[in-house]
Design a protein around this ligand. Structure first.
Ligand code: HEM
Length: 706
């Protein structure tokens, strides 16, 4: 019973710890699961039970859905067993009913359609607003605001928490330790998944340079708490939405040049929007669909989707330049591409406003846009009688399935651990036929602990200098990341698009550790200045802004051992780092999850420590099981792929093939495109890579026969 009350993986870890292996528990974490090396079973649990009994009660919501025997795959046609669910909703009509707390909207009645709505509404037919834009993030741990409602969190003593910039400088310095196996494509695809799933409300990702009078005039409503010269603005003290990061006096970079602050604007929430009762905690809002539905390509609303569709042949709108297809121009270039030097430079408009943020992100967004059009063109050839809307929706549906398959079977195992994913029923390797694990009681909302803490940990993987690589895989040049933030012009220069795409697959990603590249801690969005922002300090500040629960409560929620002193942190964190934590925080209860989660030793086989791994695993379980349209789901024949189409998607979807098919002229790629080229992963000609057989979507075949 106790064992089922927490994540299976986490219980296994707790179990190991309880049985006297405290020196390096993470070494045995994944290794102990379901493998011959697994040393203990529930029956061994005298010590385990003692540990659980002596710790405080877990504050985690029931997550019985995770790996529980009731969450079974059901063969097609069987009556679904009602699995225990991952995130039990409050009873309808109760004050906590999400429908009364949300700011998002859904139509008054849902009609069953073959296709996802653009905003994700009615994916859940009983809770039609689940996962739609403008709704709150989900949450594992209760809010931790200063006043329990929305004010800035403080230490248990009532004193301020440590300065975020100081934490960044002390604990997350620059040290170039690169990954021996995984490449920059693995890092970059993570940002693609992030941008599909969440976007904090009201936080401008770019802003006008004060030198740009036109932009300033057009966007005078944009809140600035700390200006471009690093000076506090009048709003900083008067506007409650301002929470600028203050520069500590000993800052090695910014104190020398007299910077006072870094800009930080609080996320829009249910209180600022008037959706929450007076005494209820503010719930930060996300403005894109939570579903893994390629909303970054298609948009999260009809008004975002319209200007990027061509309404011909089911295609997304493109602009032809130099014989190549690019996304349409964003009319708001002064704001969106703040670093552009002229209004004639390219600045792209896609389903996501962050598309221009960095060159490699933009490369992958364009690859995905072209992949949609490639599928649409093939469907048009196969079914010339289909109208634009049918081709668009069928291409979108196939494309999302391909994306989900790559994410779950190729990308996520690298970060969450293959065995962990199998054990917790996130993937079903080798399965034939459907996996009918959709559970309408699982809320697919993106957890705040995921978006604001765990998934952001992978900012550690970022490299500050990007390599341009030729078809022969030799180095053509290198560009500095901070020279090209919000300036996508680079991609259209000569062969840079393909050279950057190859660079993604050749260059190593940074190791998943506590070391961050200074391009994002000293030079983020620097524009024409010498220095810029600090993404690590921003992440820490955002965690406070959202009132994330502490590191200790998050561990408790995950069913991990609950530290009572700084010494207890040594189970997952090195002595050196614990000493720094102790010197900066007054109490272990004050230690923040964003900070300490990133200091944990990685679980073997995964790229995060136990606490973040718990959150990531829970998130991607919910993302899968809470999505009625998940591509492996066959319970509803009107929306399911046919068995042969499903097999074609499983067989032919790969990161390598997507890059090959949609770059300008890449001829060869290694089959596992998130992995560096090596003896077991050599370059092969693109034609040799498996592909999705789209002829299975020809209407004369078994397209509509289920
Ligand atoms: C060069 C690459 C990247 C840059 C410059 C970047 C920058 C940023 C910035 C500026 C924010 C908003 C910070 C705030 O105001 O709170 C953000 C948010 C975030 N980033 Fe990154 N990022 C990059 C790559 C990644 C990667 C590789 C991942 C994960 C694998 C990731 C995950 C996230 C997540 C989860 C959020 C929060 C999203 C939300 O809910 O709004 N980022 N990033």
């Amino acid at each position: 019973m106790i064992r089922e009350a927490c994540l299976l993986v986490i219980c296994s870890l707790t179990h190991e710890l309880a049985l006297g292996n405290p020196q390096n528990p993470v070494d045995t974490f994944l290794g102990s699961i379901g493998t011959p090396g697994y040393k203990f079973s529930v029956g061994d649990g005298a010590n385990f039970a003692r540990l659980v009994a002596s710790g405080p009660p877990s504050q985690r919501l029931s997550i019985g859905g995770f790996g529980s025997p009731s969450a079974q795959i059901q063969a097609q046609g069987e009556t679904p067993v009602q699995p225990s669910f991952s995130n039990p909703p409050p009873p309808l009509g109760s004050g906590r009913d999400p429908a009364t707390q949300t700011c998002g909207t859904a139509p008054p009645f849902c009609t069953r359609t073959r296709y996802r709505t653009i905003d994700g509404s009615c994916n859940n037919l009983v809770r039609p607003t689940w996962g739609v834009p403008q709704t709150p993030y989900g949450r594992l741990v209760p809010f931790n605001y200063g006043d329990g409602i929305s004010s800035w969190p403080v230490a248990t003593s009532g004193q301020p928490l440590p300065n975020p910039r100081e934490l960044s400088l002390r604990l997350f310095p620059d040290k170039q330790l690169v990954d021996q196996v995984w490449n920059l494509n693995a890092q970059q695809w993570g940002q693609i998944i992030t941008h599909d799933m969440s976007l904090t409300a009201g936080v401008a990702q770019t802003h006008c340079s004060p030198a740009n009078a036109t932009c300033m005039k057009m966007h005078k409503d944009q809140l600035t708490c700390c200006d471009d010269n690093g000076r506090l603005t009048p709003d900083a003290s008067s506007n409650p939405t301002c929470a600028p990061i203050l520069i500590p006096p000993n800052d090695p970079v910014h104190s020398r040049i007299g910077t006072q602050c870094m800009n930080f604007v609080r996320t829009g929430n249910t209180r600022t929007r008037g959706c929450t009762p007076l005494n209820a905690p503010a719930q930060p809002i996300s403005t894109v669909t939570a579903y893994m539905d390629l909303s970054l390509v298609y948009g999260s609303s009809a008004s975002q989707a319209r200007p990027i569709r061509s309404f011909q042949g089911g295609r997304l709108l493109t602009v032809l330049r130099g014989g190549r297809e690019w996304p349409p121009q964003d009319p708001n270039i002064t704001l969106t591409c703040e670093s552009a030097q002229s209004p004639n430079e390219p600045c792209y408009l896609t389903g996501d406003i962050r598309v221009n943020q960095n060159p490699q992100l933009t490369v992958l967004q364009i690859i995905l846009m072209r992949e949609h059009n490639r599928i649409a063109d093939t469907l048009t050839n196969l079914n010339p009688h289909w109208d634009d809307e049918t081709i668009f929706q069928e291409a979108r549906r196939i494309h999302i399935a391909e994306f989900q398959h790559i994410n779950y079977y190729e990308y996520l195992p690298i970060f969450l651990g293959y065995e962990n994913m199998v054990k917790n029923k996130l993937i079903y390797p080798g399965i034939k036929g459907y996996v009918n694990d959709y559970n309408p009681n699982v809320d697919p909302s993106v957890l705040d602990e995921h978006a604001t803490a765990a998934f952001r940990h992978f900012h550690t993987l970022i490299r500050g200098y990007l390599r341009l690589i030729s078809e022969a895989r030799s180095l053509l040049g290198t560009v500095r990341l901070s020279d090209w933030f919000n300036r996508p012009l680079l991609l259209e220069l000569s062969t840079a698009f393909d050279d950057l795409a190859r660079g993604l697959t050749v260059q190593a990603q940074d190791f998943s550790d506590q070391f961050w590249d200074s391009e994002i801690t000293q030079f983020l969005f620097k524009r024409n200045n010498t220095f810029g922002g600090d993404l690590r300090a921003t992440d820490i500040q955002r965690g406070r802004d959202h009132g994330l629960g502490s590191y200790v409560t998050t561990r408790a929620a995950c069913g991990l051992p609950v530290p009572k002193s700084f010494a207890d942190l040594l189970d997952f964190i090195s002595e050196e780092n614990v000493q720094v934590l102790q010197s900066m925080y007054q109490s272990v209860l004050d230690v923040e999850v964003v900070v300490a989660g990133s200091l944990e030793h990685n679980v073997p086989g995964a790229q995060a420590g136990p606490t973040f791994l718990c959150i990531l695993t829970e998130q991607f379980y919910r993302t899968r099981v809470g999505d009625r349209f998940f591509y492996e789901n066959g319970a509803d024949r009107d929306i399911a792929f046919t068995p042969s189409q499903l097999e074609a998607i499983r067989h032919g979807s790969s990161m390598a093939r997507i890059l090959c098919d949609n770059a300008d002229g890449i001829q060869a790629m290694q089959p596992r495109a998130f992995e560096q080229i090596n003896g077991g992963n050599r370059l092969v000609s693109c034609e040799q890579l498996p592909f999705i057989d789209l002829t299975l979507w020809q209407e004369s075949s078994d397209f509509f026969k289920k």
